[in-house]
Design a protein around this ligand. Structure first.
Ligand SMILES: [Ca+2]
Ligand SMILES: [Ca+2]
Ligand SMILES: [Ca+2]
Ligand SMILES: [Ca+2]
Length: 381
């Protein structure tokens, strides 16, 4: 019986959206099995305009420029349409200038509470708001930030997702970051009904630039991969204090809800390929509109991503990779300008799949650790 409990406990921990704690405690490798997202590839899109006025980071949307920035869609469950709508509304706005990337988040919340005050604590043990940024969209070298309603920050750098044997750098800080929370209600006082909390963040390009592998500040038209997540626990008032509701069957708190901007299709934020697209515009917010321009090459990267998911589960079953697309049971991909199927090469512990452009000028690659990159082929004529 005990091993059944252990099995389910391991499943629970490894399916948990944040494996950060695991990485801290033992640095253990995460199982190579990669569950595939259970929703179509359709990340949210947002055009982020500039501000021409300075923004006072006090947690309030009290600068008129914010009125011209559009709200994101209301957040949905991390698994998308597979799960019910969140209990409370969450939405966000974005702006930028030559110094900062600004984020504003609004969270409806009848019971505002927080416990953690020490920087770089595991903030998702409290209710929180989380930001994920992969500037160049290769799924490696990305930034994560979590903030609770005490304004306590946990920022970290990840060289790659946990599924690809990540070493998260918790001591990395977003130097020069500013953030502040405004509580519309009373924090840690049950018995009244709070409206919620709002969060204002300024992330300096100087810090984001370091591992961006891309221009920072961005150029107009540049697209970065970004997602937001809100962790929400079930709490109850006991002795005039908040406590997490305990599941009587497990003796532990019920699992947290994860409400996100762009749904992941799997209970894991560390699938950067599912994050939203933010396209930067050099227009001042309210002074014009730029259309979001979807890059067809994202479909090429997504087709290679299927090869990666399937190669990893093929490896799990057989102990080796394969160069035969039939072994991977992949559908035919109709790709504008790229030749299907990909060419796959492998060794005992590595693989690389390559899709070539029809005119043989460029190729897209993916490797066993999920990194995608493009190469151009010098003109042979
Ligand atoms: Ca403000
Ligand atoms: Ca990256
Ligand atoms: Ca840190
Ligand atoms: Ca309250």
């Amino acid at each position: 019986m005990w091993y059944l409990i252990l099995f389910f406990l391991i499943c629970f921990i490894s399916c948990s959206p944040q494996n950060d704690e695991l990485a801290i405690s033992d640095g253990e490798k995460i199982s190579p099995t990669i569950p595939e997202p259970q929703i179509p590839f359709n990340p949210e899109q947002y055009v982020c305009y500039k501000t021409d006025m300075s923004i006072n980071i006090d947690g309030k949307m009290n600068e008129s420029i914010w009125q011209h920035a559009e709200w994101t869609k209301d957040f949905v469950d991390i698994e998308g349409h597979l799960k019910p709508k969140p209990r409370f509304r969450t939405r966000a706005k974005k702006l930028w200038d030559d110094q900062y990337f600004y984020i504003f988040a609004e969270m409806e919340e009848p019971d505002v509470w927080a416990t953690l005050k020490k920087r770089d604590s595991i903030i998702f043990y409290d209710n929180d708001f989380e930001v994920f940024i992969d500037p160049n969209g290769d799924t490696h070298r990305y930034y994560e930030l979590e903030i609770n309603s005490f304004s306590t920050e946990w920022d970290l750098f990840l060289d790659k997702p946990y599924r690809d044997d990540c070493r998260a750098v918790h001591f990395w800080d977003i130097g020069g970051m500013k953030s502040n929370v405004h509580v519309d209600g009373t924090i840690n006082r049950p018995g009244d009904k709070d409206k919620g909390w709002t969060l204002e963040i300024a992330l300096p390009w100087a810090a984001l630039k370091e591992c961006a592998d891309k221009d920072a500040p961005p150029k107009t038209g540049d697209q970065w991969r970004v997602n937001f997540s809100r962790v929400e626990w079930q709490v109850e008032a006991k002795n005039n204090k908040y406590e997490k509701v305990i599941n009587p069957e497990t003796g532990k708190p019920f699992p947290e809800d994860n409400w996100v901007w762009s749904p992941q299709g799997v209970i894991n934020m560390h699938y950067p390929e599912m994050w939203g697209f933010v396209q930067f515009s050099d227009k001042i917010a309210g002074a014009g509109v730029d259309e979001f321009e979807y890059q067809e090459e994202e479909d090429v990267k997504w087709a290679l991503r299927q090869v990666y998911y399937r190669e990893r589960s093929y490896y799990e079953k057989t102990g080796k990779f394969t160069d035969k697309i039939a072994d991977l049971k992949l559908e035919y991909y109709e790709l504008a300008e790229y030749i299907w199927p990909p060419l796959i090469e492998y060794t005992t512990s590595l693989f690389e799949a390559v899709l070539a452009h029809q005119d043989h000028t460029k190729k897209w690659h993916i490797s066993q650790d999920g990194k995608t990159w493009q190469t151009t082929i010098p003109n042979s004529s």
